[in-house]
Design a protein around this ligand. Structure first.
Ligand code: CUA
Length: 293
């Protein structure tokens, strides 16, 4: 074809000048305005879906997760832990707070259309609502080292009664929830060692946090009663909301946001606490009550 056209349409004096085409304002307006409207429709539609996906619902089941090379660990609020498996009730908003112990991982459940990077040093919030019982693949979708491809697990969606039975230590496999379907091993589940908050309370005493943050107040550090969700005035005049990310930062890097009226004397706990222990401490502080609720 190239050779044929090269010969057929070779340079020739008779057809040296191309035909002049005059512009058409009407045509130009059409091909600017029509694609503009289509693009705007897709943008507004896409943005509304995006906000619906990424805005955390008010009510839900809170579950905490830690990603590390190369496994998934999940903690239910009552203290039940599981590895490479996640059991959730059907038709409930599942609110995951995820942290990474080492490098960037990515929580990906294709069936639920959820995918989010788990970046070390911060909490990643993910939520989903499963509408069909069964077992669904969980993948790590960020290359995180040699065993990355093996960093997989199963999310088991259960009927409420089966979920309650599982939570109370009944059936770890969750086979009854799948209606006799594929009973793939869903990872091992650890025994409950008390609730997350009570584990945090123990840790709080062990680390002697209570000497500076006594429950009745009037300590070296501010009281933590009713702190969660409250507005905190800082030394530099700014105000922050005491959410889990703020609490985590204040434990690891106390100098970052010093509360107004208190000396910056708190030592850092960086390197001394695992992400799981941080979840426990945050859960304990949360259990001390929240203002305005
Ligand atoms: Cu974790 Cu890939």
């Amino acid at each position: 074809m190239i050779i044929y056209y090269a010969i057929k349409y070779r340079r020739h004096p008779a057809r040296q000048v191309g035909e002049v085409i005059e512009g058409s304002a009407k045509l130009e307006a059409v091909w600017i305005i029509v694609p503009f409207i289509i693009a705007m429709i897709m943008f507004v539609w896409g943005a509304s879906v995006y906000f619906a996906m990424y805005r955390q619902p008010k009510e839900g089941v809170e579950i905490f997760g830690v990603a590390k090379q190369w496994m998934w660990k999940f903690q239910h609020p009552d203290g039940l832990r599981e590895f490479n498996g996640l059991h959730v009730p059907i038709d409930r908003n599942i609110q995951l707070t995820m942290a990474s112990e080492d490098v960037i991982h990515d929580f990906f459940v294709p069936a639920f259309r959820v995918k989010a990077d788990i970046v070390p040093g911060r909490y990643t919030k993910i939520w989903f609502r499963a509408t069909k019982p069964g077992q669904y693949h969980l993948f790590c979708a960020e290359y995180c080292g040699t065993q990355h491809s093996g960093m997989v697990g199963w999310v088991t969606v259960m009927q409420p009664a089966a979920y309650q039975a599982w939570l109370s230590g009944g059936e770890p496999g969750g086979a009854q929830a799948t209606g006799g379907g594929a009973a793939q091993p869903a990872g091992s589940s650890g025994a409950a060692k008390g609730s997350l908050a009570s584990a945090g309370e123990k840790l709080f005493t062990q680390l002697a946090c209570n000497t500076c943050h006594p429950p009745e107040g009037a300590g070296i550090g501010p009281s933590l009663q009713g702190l969660f969700g409250a507005k905190v005035d800082l030394e530099d005049g700014k105000t922050v909301t005491a959410d889990d990310a703020y609490l985590r930062e204040s434990i690891l890097n106390p100098a970052a946001k010093v509360v107004a009226g208190f000396p910056p004397v708190m030592p850092t706990f960086k390197g001394q606490l695992s992400e799981e222990q941080l979840f426990e401490l945050v859960a304990y502080i949360k259990s001390l009550g929240s203002k305005g609720k």
